[in-house]
Design a protein around this ligand. Structure first.
Ligand SMILES: [Zn+2]
Ligand SMILES: [Zn+2]
Length: 282
């Protein structure tokens, strides 16, 4: 059995974002919709009795997220310890990697699984952490490799990012985590169709969404995020996965507002909208 917890479901900046007065950020500040921290998940497998966890992406909100999840907090039998066994990164974006610096007080080097390009782009974090715990870099593979216990995983290479597919070696159950998807490649389509649970890039509803609050902003596709409305919605609707969940949701995205027709449209297709604390069991 694999257990996953969505630690953060928001894209970079979070909800609310400190300098944003869009309708969603205003509603979150007023307590009308729930605030959400920046995107990250925790994953653990049965044979470790869920005592050891890996993070996929380490957000700038990580220390706050640890305090919301007792299983990620230190055991009481020694003064310094952590159930966090390592981190996997989908790319080098600040909202996915800054949390590595927050783990600097570790006693031993931090295991970080990355693709070659991501490691090269994170040389600055490598040198910052060298004075503290240091990083034990591990290379991801497009073939399945062991993670811990019965969990095996592989990377699906995308443009400027990877997605991760995890499989429970005992039950055979699979989950895909793909928070930064610019295009639905053939390999990604096949992997979506072969996964029991799909946690997918829900950053933007429409291509020009960010331009409304920040004139001149890049489009969703230029930022390597396939919009929901004319990008991923139709394909995910038809996929056979038993749970499909949008995550990494930008604070401008209208699906965050429960009364919006965009929210209703997503829910009608049977796709869930992630929130901090959501649990997935495979
Ligand atoms: Zn991000
Ligand atoms: Zn906003």
């Amino acid at each position: 059995m694999i257990r996953i917890r969505i630690l953060g479901s928001a894209a970079g900046g979070g909800l609310p974002q400190w300098n944003c007065a869009c309708a969603n950020c205003v509603a979150a500040r007023a307590g009308k919709i729930a605030s959400q921290t920046q995107s990250s998940i925790a994953i653990s497998g049965d044979p470790e009795k869920f005592r050891s966890w890996f993070l996929i992406n380490a957000s700038p909100d990580l220390t706050r997220q640890i305090e919301t999840m007792p299983q990620l907090q230190p055991r009481h039998d020694s003064s310094r310890n952590s159930p966090i066994a390592g981190v996997l990164l989908t790319n080098s974006d600040v909202d996915h990697a800054l949390g590595l610096l927050l783990l600097r007080q570790r006693e031993t080097p931090l295991a970080v699984y990355v693709a070659e390009e991501t490691r090269a782009a994170l040389a600055w974090i490598d040198s910052a952490l060298a004075r503290f715990c240091g990083i034990d870099w591990r290379k991801t593979s497009t073939d399945f490799q062991p993670l811990a216990g019965s969990i095996i995983f592989r990377a699906i290479e995308l443009h400027k990012s990877v997605a991760f597919q995890f499989r429970d070696g005992v039950s055979g159950g699979t989950v895909l985590f793909a928070p930064s998807v610019g295009k639905l490649s053939e390999e990604l389509r096949d992997t979506i169709n072969a996964s029991d649970v799909v946690v997918f890039d829900g950053t933007f509803w429409s291509d020009g969404e960010l331009g409304v609050v920040r004139p001149g902003a890049r489009t969703a596709r230029e930022m390597n995020h396939l919009p929901i409305s004319d990008g991923s919605l139709d394909f995910l609707r038809q996929s056979p996965a038993r749970r499909k969940i949008y995550t990494h949701i930008n604070n401008t995205n209208p699906i965050l507002m429960p009364s919006s027709c965009e929210h209703a449209q997503v829910r009608q297709t049977g796709i869930e909208i992630a929130r901090d604390g959501l649990e997935i069991v495979i």
